[in-house]
Ligand binder design. Structure first.
Ligand code: FES
Ligand SMILES: [Fe+2]
Length: 435
């Protein structure tokens, strides 16, 4: 446990604030054998895009492990320990072969499951290759992303299919992959902190989304069977706009469209993006996106289907540090929390309810794995489509008589929509969104 430093109550008191407590290792450390690392290893994790695998191997770091990914000439995808079991050369310099990958140093050949197929320098009668395996993880490709299961082989969960990935009238395209030099948790928490869209993305950096995002919303947070959502409700003339953004345990975010403005009534309308926040190690994190693009012209802005274009505010200003200071976005805000944010130094307020709820969910999952139980949100049934809850819904609800009554009305509207979705998941199949 960490000790809390003195809560400063005197002016010019920094002298009394010397002690920097340790980060919460249970929630943030992801290497092999750590509580959170074991938790993550129960869930399939994205490794790279399918089209990252070309004729040279791809070196990746995931959950503190050094690995190499490749697609052999038969088309099978491998994810192996980086260092050759012979004398340790990195397989990132290996030769992608007809079957498996061959080490560049002495030519040992490894299949995608770690079988040692050839040890060419050894005598013909050598049984060395039959007596060992190289470390390998199972992989699964889905809609342009390569996923891996890095947990205990006897506990491999079915690959999860979320309903938003199979939404009628929409196609999934691989989006962008990008990296932050900080811990995974402070990035995921950001999605459960909707106040920052009204400040960081609107007031500080000019309107990065629609102007309506600049109104501080009424906020509520609700647990779902797979994680949690925030419900941000805003008044837009005669409408209430309920925006629900979702964290799916442990590290998938679904984000409602940033082009919504709340002016036109519509029912449950799903995410623009599903992205995983994948820990590479304790202080480096990879984002990897699926983008949701409508097959109907004019519904999704055309820039969103262009993989070269980023969501605004996600990367550091490219020209200079001063430019970052003048227009900070998510990158500056989250990386600026330290390489691993120190929870014992925080002073959480009323708007941090979602952050607290999310940390509790993660901690419950970590402790469930420690006691041998299945963590919340783990897929249980192969082939089942799992409901998710990210959406915008715009309903006509004229304003209440006073500002306070109107705020209550907005909250009640958001709550009752969320409750109805939890009871009868829209599951998107069969849900038609009139445009
Ligand atoms: S180090 Fe890889 S084959 Fe010798
Ligand atoms: Fe943001």
């Amino acid at each position: 446990m960490t000790t809390r430093p003195p809560f400063l109550t005197t002016r010019f008191g920094a002298y009394y604030h010397r002690e920097v407590p340790a980060e919460d290792a249970e929630l943030t450390h992801v290497g092999p054998g750590t509580p959170c690392g074991e938790y993550f290893r129960r869930f399939w994790q994205p490794i790279c895009f399918s089209d990252d695998l070309r004729d040279v191997p791809l070196r990746v770091t995931i959950l503190g492990e050094q690995l190499v990914a490749f697609r052999d000439r038969r088309g099978s995808v491998g994810l192996l320990e980086l260092h050759c079991p012979h004398r340790g050369t990195s397989l990132e310099y290996g030769l992608v072969s007809d079957r498996g990958i061959r080490c560049c140093y002495h030519g040992w050949l490894f299949d995608v499951d770690g079988t040692v197929l050839e040890t060419p320098g050894e005598p013909a009668q050598s049984t060395l290759k039959d007596r060992l395996c190289h470390g390998a993880y199972p992989t699964h490709e889905y809609k342009g992303i390569v996923f891996a299961y890095m947990g205990p082989p006897d506990q491999q969960a079915p690959f999860p299919i979320y309903d938003s990935f199979e939404r009628p009238g929409y196609r999934i395209i691989p989006g962008r992959k990008y990296f932050y030099p900080c811990n995974w948790l402070q990035i995921l928490e950001n999605a459960m902190d909707p106040v920052h869209t009204a400040f960081l993305h609107t007031i500080v950096s000019g309107s990065q989304f629609t102007d309506e995002f600049g109104k501080v919303p009424e906020l509520d947070f609700v647990e779902t069977p797979v994680g949690m959502i925030y419900i941000a409700t805003r008044r837009v003339e005669q409408n209430v706009w309920a925006r629900m953004v979702e964290n799916v345990l442990p590290n998938l975010q679904q984000v409602a469209p940033i082009w919504e403005d709340g002016h036109r009534e519509h029912p449950f309308d799903g995410p623009m993006m599903s992205r995983w926040i994948v820990p590479q190690d304790d202080t480096h994190t990879m984002f990897i996106e699926f983008r949701h693009v409508s097959e109907t012209d004019g519904v999704t802005p055309s820039w969103w289907a262009d993989r070269s274009i980023m969501l605004p505010g996600q990367l550091p200003a490219d020209d200079s540090h001063e430019a970052s200071q003048r227009r900070p976005g998510d990158y500056e805000a989250q990386v600026g929390q330290r390489p691993v944010a120190v929870h014992a130094l925080e002073h959480l307020g009323a708007t941090d309810r979602g952050v607290i709820m999310f940390r509790q969910q993660i901690r419950r999952g970590i402790r469930a794995v420690q006691t041998g139980e299945a963590p919340e949100g783990l897929s249980q049934k192969a082939g089942a489509v799992i409901p998710t809850y990210c959406n915008d819904t715009i309903v006509r609800v004229p304003p209440g008589p006073t500002p306070e009554e109107d705020r209550q009305l907005m909250r009640a509207t958001g709550r009752s929509l969320a409750e109805s979705y939890l009871k009868h998941p829209p599951s998107m199949t069969g849900v038609t969104v009139p445009r």
